[in-house]
Design a protein around this ligand. Structure first.
Ligand code: KG4
Ligand code: ZN
Length: 331
């Protein structure tokens, strides 16, 4: 089976072709980051229009790169939600139109399922069951995964997502949008021991997160600090250290609670190098294994949607052409 995957939930147009025998055959990605940078965040209307502009050329390129055409595509997977409604509608409409014209099935994929299965695109893929930490710009959650579609939410953020906290704190530090990777880079210059940020919700039981307090703490710290470049790097370091520590504490707890030894970290923030080394250390300590997507599949992409869609189509599931997108959709 060979599937064309379409991701347009936010500000990246991601298209890929995945084959269940040969693996990932091609993937193309167009990021709108530059378009939204002037506004300090994603402008939904501009995002939709840019998806419309780029989606067909990217599909053509992904098919060409995969040496594929109508004759060998067996299904279309598109991101059905959660995400920006206008952006989702572009991918869903184009995906359904192609499926109708080619008379093949479609499957609407949950964006976070895409993220959590992204490590399956790697040569050393995790076996089920595992605990997944999903940390993106829109979501932070811990999920017990027993198989495709068998997900138990263990905990989630009650306010800002981890990536959102990175982006908002980066903005306070005067960094461009999206600031997560830039803050991580600045933190590399930071020295430990200058600031101590709180570790939200770690002093009580449970697996939920809260990150909005960190952003407020950062705002107050920045207000009271000098404007020196080293000071800013020290603040970035302390903020990142607090996020990572919090995630480590919750992951350790989730592994204890479930008795599982396999951990998957996915979503945009899983690209963070300091987080990866801290998680690798944690899993060495508990004699477990940790799995990440490749760096280009941490953030939004079409490959994870093609992969997740193929698994569901193979299991006989489809989404009717009349079904709409779901901008707010629990996993
Ligand atoms: O998964 P993703 O591409 O989009 C959503 O589904 O939200 O995640 C994007 C988020 C942004 O908040 C971005 O700042 C963050 O992931 N991010 C990072 C890093 N790379 C991306 N945060 C911290 N360190 C990074 N290296
Ligand atoms: Zn995402």
């Amino acid at each position: 089976m060979r599937v064309l995957g379409i991701e347009t939930s936010c500000d990246e147009t991601g298209i890929a072709v995945y084959d269940d025998q040969q693996g990932l055959l091609s993937h193309t990605l167009y990021s709108q980051v530059k378009l939204h940078a002037d506004y300090g965040g994603v402008v939904p209307e501009l995002a939709s229009r840019d998806h419309v502009r780029k989606i067909i050329p990217l599909i053509q390129k992904a098919l060409d790169d995969a040496d594929s055409s109508q004759a060998d595509i067996d299904g279309i997977a598109y991101t059905r939600g959660p995400g920006l409604v206008g952006a989702l509608l572009v991918g869903a409409s184009v995906g359904r139109s192609i499926a109708y014209a080619w008379n093949i099935p479609t499957i609407g994929v949950h964006h976070m399922e895409g993220h959590l299965l992204a490590p399956m695109l790697e040569a050393s893929a995790p076996e089920f069951p595992f605990v997944a930490l999903l940390v993106s710009g829109g979501h932070s959650m811990l999920v017990r995964v027993d198989g495709i579609g068998s997900y138990e939410l263990l905990g989630e953020s009650i306010d800002d997502a981890a990536g959102e906290a990175f982006d908002k704190t980066a903005k306070l530090l005067g960094l461009d949008y999206p600031g997560g990777p830039l803050l991580a880079k600045l933190a590399e210059q930071g020295e430990p021991g200058h600031y101590k940020f709180p570790r939200p919700m770690t002093d009580r039981p449970g697996l939920d997160f809260s990150f909005s307090g960190l952003k407020t703490f950062a705002a107050n710290t920045i207000r009271d600090a000098d404007n020196n470049a080293q000071t800013k790097a020290n603040i970035a370091y302390a903020f990142q250290e607090a996020v990572i520590d919090t995630l480590i504490i919750k992951c350790r707890r989730a592994l204890q609670q479930t008795g599982l030894k396999r951990l998957v970290i996915a979503g945009g923030v899983s690209a963070n190098t300091a987080l990866r080394s801290a998680m690798t250390k944690l899993m060495n300590d508990v004699r477990g294994e940790v799995f990440y997507p490749g760096l280009s599949f941490c953030t939004d992409n079409g490959a994870m949607i093609a992969y997740a869609g193929l698994q569901r189509l193979k299991a006989g599931q489809t989404t009717a052409l009349s079904e709409s997108v779901v901008p707010r959709w629990p996993l």
